[in-house]
Each structure stands twice: as C-alpha cells, then as structure tokens.
Design a protein around this ligand. Sequence first.
Ligand SMILES: *Cc1c(COP(=O)(O)O)cnc(C)c1O
Length: 442
Amino acid sequence: MSEKVARSEELFRHAVELMPGGVNSPVRAFRAVGLTPRFIARGEGAYLYDVDGNRYLDYVLSWGPLIAGHAHPHVVRAVREVLERGTSFGAPTEEEVLLAEEIVRRVPSVEMVRMVNSGTEATMSAVRLARAATGRRRIVKFVGCYHGHADPFLVQAGSGVATLSLPDSPGVPGETAGLTLTAPFNDLAAVEELFRRFGEEIAAVIVEPVAGNMGVVPPVPGFLEGLRRLTREAGALLIFDEVMTGFRVHAASAQGLYGVEPDLTTMGKVIGGGLPVGAYGGRRELLELVAPAGPVYQAGTLSGNPLAMAAGRATLELLDAEAYAYLDRLSARLAEAYREVFARHGVPICVQRVGSMLTPFLAECPVRNFEDARRQDLALFRHLFREMLAEGIYLPASAFEAHFLSLAHTEDDVERTREALERALPRALAQRKREADGSASS
Ligand SMILES: *Cc1c(COP(=O)(O)O)cnc(C)c1O
C-alpha cells in the first residue's frame, strides 16, 4: 500500500519558509521518522483525513485531548452553541463556573481552580504559587518528565545519580535551571537524598503521576506515596502534573487511581476537549494566594474562554464509569495485539499501559525510567512507524510518546491495527536489517 503525499509535500515546502521547521510544535515535523508530515484536512471519530485524501486510524488524538474522538457531535454542538453568542468577552461567563464546578466535583484534592490556556501555563503558574506559598526557591523534577516549555522545566539530569542540572535549551539562564533539581523517575532514594541536602530550600516536587512523556511509565508501588510523605515532612508541596493523565486514566485522574492526594494539580488536554485549555488547582488556602484573591500574579486575556470551557465540559459529560470501562477494555486489546504479534516474530517488546494510554517500548521489560526507555530499538521504531503509516495507522512519531484511544475507537479498529502490525512488522524488520547490512559493508 502506498499513499499519495504530493499536497502535503507542497504545503510543507511552503511551511518551512514561513515557520521554524514548518510547524508550530516540534514533534509534528516527523523528524524522528524522517518523513514529510501529513497535513490534516479533517478528523472524524477515530480517523484523520489528510490533504491528499488518505485516511488514517488515529492513535495520537492531538497528543491526548481528544478522548471523545474527533468532532464528537456532543462537543461540536456545545461549542457551536456558545460560538454563536460571541467568542470572548474579557469578563466572567457561566461556562467557566460550570467547568470549574465539574473539575472540583470529580477531583477531591482540587477545591479551587484557575483556568489558563495551556499545560505550560498551568505548570509554570503552579510552581510560582508553590514558591510563593513556601517562600522557597528550588523545585524537584524527574528526568524524562515533561511539564511544558517554561524555563524551570527545560532541565535534564545526567544519568544515574541525581545532580544539579544545566539547562536543556539555549535561552534558559543557568541561574533558573540551577534551581531545578532532578532525580530519576521511580527512584525514591534519589529524592530522599535531595531532601537531605536541600530540604529547607525545596518549594515543590513536580511529577507526572504516570509518566507519559518518556512513553508510558507507571509509578512503582510506594513511589507516589513516598513523594507525599517526603514533601509533607519537609514542608514542601507536591504537584501532580496531570495535564496528560487528568480525566484520561480515571474519573478522578491519576490521583484517584493511585489514592495519593497532591497539594496542587495541573491539568490541560482532556479538560479542553481539543481547544486550548490548561488549569491549576488545589486546596483552597493555596489557590486563595492567587490574584486577585491574593498577591501571586497570574492573568490571561483569553483564559476561561467560553468555547474552550464548553468543549471541555461537553467532553467530561461523556466520561462516565461506562466510558472508562470501555476505554480500558479496548486499550487492553491493543496492548495484547502488540505483544502477540511481536512474540510471534521473536522481537522484544514491553507494552506499558495505564487506562487508555499505552506505549509499546521496543525494549525488554520493565521500563521504569527514562534511562530504560532510551534502550529502545529506535531504528526499528522508525521503520515500523513508516510501515504502519503506509497501512493507514497513524502512530505517534516518536518512540517516547503514548498511544491514546478514544470513545470513537472500536474493536474492529483494534483488530485492523493488529492485522496491519502483522504485515508491517516483518517489512520493518527486513528494512532495518538491510540498513544495518548496508552500513556494515560501506
Ligand atoms: C502536554 C503536557 C504539558 C504541556 O501542555 P501544553 O498544553 O502543550 O503546554 C505539560 N505537562 C504534561 C504532563 C503534558 O503531557
């Protein structure tokens, strides 16, 4: 099977002249897989349609938000209804109250919430609030966890032991990056060591309660509980970055699934139903420090935008117990399909899944942290991605991302994916071998 890509190629050539790398967010450029990105014309349910008329079964779902699938009629109706009354007022609306109420009702640790426009804004504001509330400067993050692109989070550690970090990106001052301490995910002893050395200076520990941005890595038993205990003992705050996991893995988010309550929670993705939204929330006495209730400044011209609020609320309305059970069942089948096909070909795979997010790591199990995730067969990933795309299956174009499923995906879709995998894997293996032989002989 081969797709036409002429129109995508033409648009991309033009886009590269106009925008850095031709895109507005790096992973869209398909660099890790060496292809021209597909320009999308529309989405419907579990499917994407590109500008050349190709149809793809979508496991990216805009990188997580579209848990109801593309253009779900209930979401479209809700957005259209508010759209016709005007798009933004710079004044309070009922839609904000309704979404806030819904979030607070579902997540017990969140008593109050502030809406922003992205996950990045949510995490950077939550850290400001944590610093203000504790009067401390340092934060702890985990290697391979992504918290948006604000300066304090663009920090990676050296491998192994926790270290003081250098910035990951030019433009981030060393002074800022130096305030971010890092530890390997799932390594409580490393966090204990940081608290021994810097305890009095640590404002907060921020963590993806299920890591999703190094591929899906669940917390080992006791890890989140340990972070809760250590932060509490040291007078630091615990921030769960649930931008990806919020309302994705459980009705009350990852904190509901694991029964650990953070002080602050950041959200995004699903709560915007595909429109730009982020939020941060937590205990009342903390949120009341935020302006204008308190002195911590944070604002936004389009924050709480009625279109986004309506899309988010309509999406949450679809997420009842039955919806989560369905997503769980379907995702388990997809995980099983990966394991089955790879086992038949004797190729190692480690499929890790929490609810409807999963990553088939091309590595031996277990993957407990970023270092483990990096041991993947990235050449095989690149070929498999290409072959699956040719089969009409749109996977995340990076081995360090999650597959997402939606309410619009069906058992037939998963079966189709299994069949595509069955055809694509041998071709990908053959290509990787040819590539390896070629480089050995040259
Ligand atoms: C996507 C993501 C962010 C950043 O959200 P944006 O809306 O892209 O700014 C932050 N944290 C986590 C855990 C995410 O998955």
